[in-house]
Design a protein around this ligand. Structure first.
Ligand code: HBI
Length: 98
């Protein structure tokens, strides 16, 4: 699962054990309840910084009182190890924000 250009199978993604995330049509999607807007905004900011650092960019919706995130690798049209890695980071940020 280390090749970032390799599209993962649904089974490989499932085995990665990303608790907050579900697979939807070749993407990973999660929503994090942030209870208030400012906490959501701070979470989006952390996700943005991590995305820039990885050069891998999720779709993010900040909508009171939650943040919705969709991850996929546009270059291969599916889920790769980069989505798994960023998804793990985002879950950790959300846990800290909560
Ligand atoms: N973000 N989600 C996602 N998928 C990509 O394929 C991707 C990206 N951010 C930057 C990126 N690719 C770059 O590697 C290319 O735009 C050069």
């Amino acid at each position: 699962m280390s090749d970032p250009k390799q599209k993962l199978t649904a089974e490989e993604v499932r085995k990665a054990g990303l608790d907050d995330w579900r697979q939807v049509l070749g993407t990973l999607q999660a929503r994090f309840d942030t209870r208030d807007f400012a906490t959501g905004l701070a979470l989006v900011d952390r996700i943005g910084a991590a995305a820039e650092e990885m050069d891998h960019h999720p779709d993010i919706t900040l909508t009171y009182p939650m943040v919705k995130v969709t991850l996929s690798s546009h270059d291969v049209g599916g889920i790769t190890s980069r989505d798994i890695e960023l998804g793990r980071q985002i879950s950790a940020f959300a846990a800290e924000a909560g």
